[in-house]
Design a protein around this ligand. Structure first.
Ligand SMILES: [Zn+2]
Length: 61
């Protein structure tokens, strides 16, 4: 049986391979795009920006 946990594990591994922290944003779709092991809050640069010129989007702890 295919489990969501397995998919999560695979997706996270793929994100890490691409050089991202890739932690799931609990508040919306999207994942952390900072480097693995970063300090401070997680940041998703691809989602949650109000304007295209915003440098970062959603953040979460
Ligand atoms: Zn992160």
């Amino acid at each position: 049986m295919k489990t969501r946990g397995n998919d999560e594990e695979k997706s996270r591994a793929a994100g890490r391979a691409a050089g991202y922290c890739w932690a799931r944003n609990p508040n919306s779709a999207g994942r952390c795009t900072l480097q693995p092991g970063h300090d401070g809050r997680h940041v998703d640069h691809n989602n949650g920006r109000k304007r295209l010129t915003d440098t970062s989007g959603s953040t979460w702890a």
